[in-house]
Design a protein around this ligand. Structure first.
Ligand code: EPU
Length: 420
């Protein structure tokens, strides 16, 4: 079993290219099956969640092939409409295949995704959207069986701007007769990414990035090419790392507007952030101060996925910072692990208060979930002595290679078998 060994105390300097976005590419991969054609997904990140999507595509009868960092998906031979339980369990977000399979095959069967390490992850809004489009859904025995001989356009009002439910609604609406309208849609950049790919395949999706999205269904779709954008959460993670360690870093090919709430928080903590065109730079003396309460919210609010990294960055700040987690119930599991390194964090329900300490010390810690795992790495970069982070399968879901990226910026971090 491999672990990450981090020796703290290095400044981070230099330039980095950020990997393609996990949450951008997953709905795009599901969208490939809405057409029967050949798709080319460029800048596709190498992640275990992408492997899980590829396994589902292959099970459905699609052909996939890597060509450098492009993933080719040929969906012409797709001949199945069901995803077995073992493949569903690999990745919670596999539920976005539901709308896509339904649009293509008129039926879909997959197991109920259940909860995950972040707490209960209901899919009631996904199912309500599909029902509004005319799907009949039977939820017995942990299996979802959906059927729709004909999908018909509808007005879908989401009670919350759920990212996944918006994606599922768009994908299913591509197979519906007429023009559907999704109100209170999620506005995350990943929706614009999905829209761009679907439109490249001949679909007519409008409004992504706003709260109202329209989908003109039943267009003649063909294969398409898409280049996945930079991962804004990976970017946020490394900005937080340099903010905490001190340094001078620059990323190219990114859209800094997507991270405005994160960079504003880092500036408030004492960093200098500059952005121009597709470039963002951060300079930090490595001495941060506490900031006003950080409340996670749907985009364009502060992203829940960046909360653990910012928390890690503020562990040695002067003063106390309050975090309020409004998206997921169980997103402070990294706090106990950080405490093993000397962090002072008090958690009460959705609120966590981080009181800056003078120093952190290296320890053996376990990743609890994807972003929490990244937060442990960030704490290790600041700690005195060696930190050993285990259970890397969580981190591998969303980061191509943290050791590669952070060592390129000058960190002392290595991934290897424990007993070497
Ligand atoms: N919700 C419901 N019912 C539903 C759907 C969602 O109650 O039918 C609730 C959820 O339980 C949650 C809230 O609504 O409390 C928001 O969930 P949302 O549906 O927006 O999240 P998601 O689509 O499941 C995506 C990302 C997450 C990210 C969230 C919020 C992907 C594959 N996942 O999840 O990413 O945190 O949006 O931005 O896009 C991560 O990358 O670490 C990650 C967890």
């Amino acid at each position: 079993m491999q672990e990450l060994f981090v020796e703290g105390g290095r400044r981070l300097c230099g330039e980095l290219t950020i990997q393609g976005s996990k949450n951008g590419v997953l709905p795009v991969l599901a969208a490939t099956i809405v057409c029967a054609g050949e798709c080319r997904i460029e800048n596709c990140p190498r992640l275990s969640d992408v492997d899980a999507s590829v396994a589902i595509l292959r099970h459905l009868g699609c052909h996939t092939q890597w060509e450098g960092n492009a993933l080719l998906v040929d969906t012409r031979q797709m001949d199945r409409a069901e995803v077995p339980d073992a493949l569903m369990r690999e990745m919670r977000s596999s539920v976005i295949f539901l709308g896509a399979i339904l649009a293509r095959q008129g039926e879909a069967a997959l197991s109920y995704p259940g909860g995950c390490e972040l707490g209960p992850r209901p899919i009631d809004m996904h199912l309500a959207a599909l029902r509004a489009l005319g799907a009949e859904i039977d939820e017995r025995g942990g299996t979802l069986r959906c059927r729709a001989d004909v999908l018909t356009a509808a007005e879908i009002v989401l009670p919350l701007p759920s990212v996944g439910a918006t994606e599922n609604a768009i994908l299913a609406a591509c197979g519906a007769e007429g023009t559907s309208v999704i109100y209170n849609a999620a506005r995350e950049p990943e929706l614009a990414e999905l829209q761009a790919f679907l439109n490249a395949m001949g679909a007519e999706v409008r409004g992504a990035g706003s709260s109202v999205i329209t989908v003109a269904g039943k267009r003649q779709l063909h294969g398409g090419t898409h280049r996945v954008g930079a991962d804004r959460i990976v970017e946020a993670t490394y900005l937080c790392a340099a903010a905490a360690c001190g340094g001078d870093i620059r990323f190219k090919g990114v859209d800094y507007r997507q991270l405005s709430t994160v960079t504003a928080a880092l500036e408030e903590a004492g960093c200098a952030v500059t952005s121009e065109g597709e470039q963002i730079s951060l300079r930090s003396a490595g001495v941060l101060r506490a900031i006003r309460p950080v409340r996670t919210a749907p985009y364009p609010g502060f992203p829940t996925d960046a909360q653990p990294a910012l928390m890690a960055a503020l562990l040695c700040s002067t003063g106390s910072t309050v975090f309020v987690e409004n998206i997921f119930e169980n997103r402070y599991r990294h706090a106990d692990e950080l405490a093993r390194m000397g962090a002072e964090i008090r958690v009460a329900g959705r609120v966590a208060v981080v009181s800056g300490v003078k120093a952190l010390h290296g320890a053996a810690v376990k990743s609890t979930d994807l972003r929490g795992g990244a937060a442990l790495v960030l704490a290790g970069l600041q700690a005195e002595g060696e930190t050993c982070v285990s259970q890397l399968e969580h981190i591998d879901r969303g980061y191509e290679d943290v050791a590669r990226d952070l060592s390129a910026l000058g960190a002392q971090i290595e991934r290897r078998e424990k007993d070497r």
